[in-house]
Design a protein around this ligand. Structure first.
Ligand code: SF4
Length: 298
């Protein structure tokens, strides 16, 4: 495998590994589909994240969002066939997001935005980037944005393994830097699955849906406290997982046959479906980028 444990471990790599070992292996070897289309939730999430990152750090006017996003897509997703739908969706939602959260955002006391970490924890190198760290009274919280076609409720979010894994992973890494994290504000943005013929039609349908359903339907934030018990349990689980992951990379653990067929065509089609089904790399090529999240970090 081209990726090495010494390169560092991020929470999204571990989530990919847990989701499907085979998919993880393709990513670790640098395989990518030669053409990328929309329909990938990751693309919408990355694009909206970029707008928010730029906005919270520099102040982004809605009228400048289109240009900013196109520049980002050209660099981050050079293989994207048609950027118009994702640009239309993000740039339609963005001004409404700013309006909806304007009062709340004005009160937030940020300690750090887009905080990168690269730390040693129990002999493992943990890396990543946190959307935000802020103060709530005397307590320190993290801020995490998610795009989704359907909101879970607050209890579902707090109980969900993906929420716990990501945010406890961040709290664990931050603990090595002297931060004691009390909780996470999960910031949801709905990116609905609309049928459309052109990007303009998509934007029109989205505006109509916003007018019909209201902004509460599109934006939501849940503040979720991390209990000490949850944190302690997570640390034990993370150590076990990292040890297993290390053995997998060393080739000591082999998983037979299909690794997670529920992941092949679940919410979206796995980008490696053709590779897996045929065993042939036609339509794929190997890049030197094994995990994008490791590229823009020190
Ligand atoms: S197609 Fe299915 S088995 Fe193959 S990598 Fe994707 S999720 Fe895993």
């Amino acid at each position: 495998m081209a990726y090495k444990l010494e390169d560092g471990v991020t929470q999204s790599m571990l989530m990919s590994y847990l989701g499907c070992r085979q998919r993880f292996r393709y990513m670790a070897e640098g395989w990518e589909p030669e053409q990328t289309g929309l329909g990938d939730a990751m693309l919408q999430g990355s694009c909206f994240h970029h707008l928010l990152e730029f906005h919270y750090e520099n102040g982004l006017r809605p009228e400048d969002a289109d240009e900013e996003l196109r520049g980002y897509i050209a660099t981050a997703f050079p293989r994207l066939i048609d950027p118009e739908p994702v640009v239309a969706m993000c740039c339609t939602l963005f001004p409404h997001y700013l309006r909806y959260h304007k009062a709340d955002d004005a009160k937030v006391k940020w300690k750090a935005l887009e905080k990168e970490f690269d730390v040693e924890w129990n002999g493992y190198r943990l890396r990543g980037k946190i959307d935000g760290i802020f103060l709530k009274g005397k307590d320190t919280w993290t801020f995490e944005t998610k795009t989704t076609s359907q909101f879970p409720d607050g209890v579902q979010t707090a109980y969900s393994l993906s929420f716990s894994f990501q945010n406890f992973f961040y709290a664990t890494a931050l603990s090595t830097m002297g931060y004691d994290i009390t909780g996470t504000t999960q910031n949801y943005i709905r990116t609905p699955m609309l049928k459309f013929k052109t990007a303009d039609e998509l934007a029109g349908k989205l505006e109509k849906s916003i007018a019909d359903n209201g902004l509460d339907y599109y934006f939501r934030r849940y503040p979720i406290v991390h209990s000490q018990r949850q944190k302690a349990r997570f640390w034990t689980d993370l150590i076990s997982l990292l040890r297993e992951f290390e053995h997998f990379l060393l080739g000591d653990i082999r998983y037979p046959g299909y690794r997670n067929h529920a992941g092949c065509i679940n919410r979206g089609t796995c980008p490696y479906l053709a590779f897996c089904a045929t065993g042939q790399p036609a339509g794929y090529s190997q890049t030197k980028v094994f995990f994008r999240e490791l590229e823009d970090k020190a």
